[in-house]
Design a protein around this ligand. Sequence first.
Ligand SMILES: Nc1ncnc2c1ncn2[C@@H]1O[C@H](COP(=O)(O)OP(=O)(O)OP(=O)(O)O)[C@@H](O)[C@H]1O
Ligand SMILES: [Mg+2]
Length: 267
Amino acid sequence: MSVTIAVLSQKGGTGKTTTVRSLADVLARTGLDVLAIDADPQGNLSDYFDVDPAAEPTLAEVLAGQAKAVDAVHGQVIPANLGLAESELVLAGKIGREVTLRNALREVKRRHDVILIDCPPTLGLLTVNALVASTHALLSTQAQHFSLQGVEQAMEIFDLAKDTLNPELELLGVLLNIANMRTRHARQTLEALDERFPGKVFNTVIRQSIAYAESAERARPILEYRPERGADYIALAEEVLTRLGMDDRARRLEQVRQDTLPARLLA
Ligand SMILES: Nc1ncnc2c1ncn2[C@@H]1O[C@H](COP(=O)(O)OP(=O)(O)OP(=O)(O)O)[C@@H](O)[C@H]1O
Ligand SMILES: [Mg+2]
């Protein structure tokens, strides 16, 4: 059975794209067949995967019904570019606009173990399509003022998708991302999230590091570019796999740690 995880947040710059890129890499290292989908017209995920900007077809053509999703897979990703913004506008006027992605992904879902969808920084039609097409949602948030309200707003869209079109949808977890746990504010945010979403907040916090921006710039996953930073995402992947009931895969992460992390980080 394949799982599809939508990574979303109410606002921009919370680390969604970095989370999708890094999780795709770590999960693939456990032997899973992982497909990433760029559902953001900014195309950041496609760049991070180093997809040729001229690659076609993209998610825009898939949503427009002009291409099959299986034909839009370039390497490990179905890419996006600004054309997706136009595709979203056209989609808005159509019947079945919220289920278009779900219908389009039927065949690719059979071909991959895990699909990760990178949502845009708005809770609009593309994010709704991602949630309706997914089995799980992962909410990313940063410790900032009003971040809790942001998570609440993302949860409203999650509930809407679940109550209307996708009753099977599950909240995989809430992730505190790009965090500096030395600040009281970040620690308080984590506490507040824990109180509001008991049992749902990941124990793993993704620590702030300039290495992520550099790894994106070089279009290389963090474990390749700066292995010691990748430890956070290995820990997150372990929680994700355990929550998904994929314990055998979670156990394989020990080998991934041995193979990638510097000796001083290994217990
Ligand atoms: N753990 C981290 N520490 C520091 N910087 C990070 C971290 N993760 C991501 N970044 C950087 O923060 C910026 C925003 O991250 P990212 O693009 O992943 O967020 P996003 O939520 O996808 O943004 P958008 O909403 O615009 O799509 C990028 O420059 C990225 O390289
Ligand atoms: Mg992004």
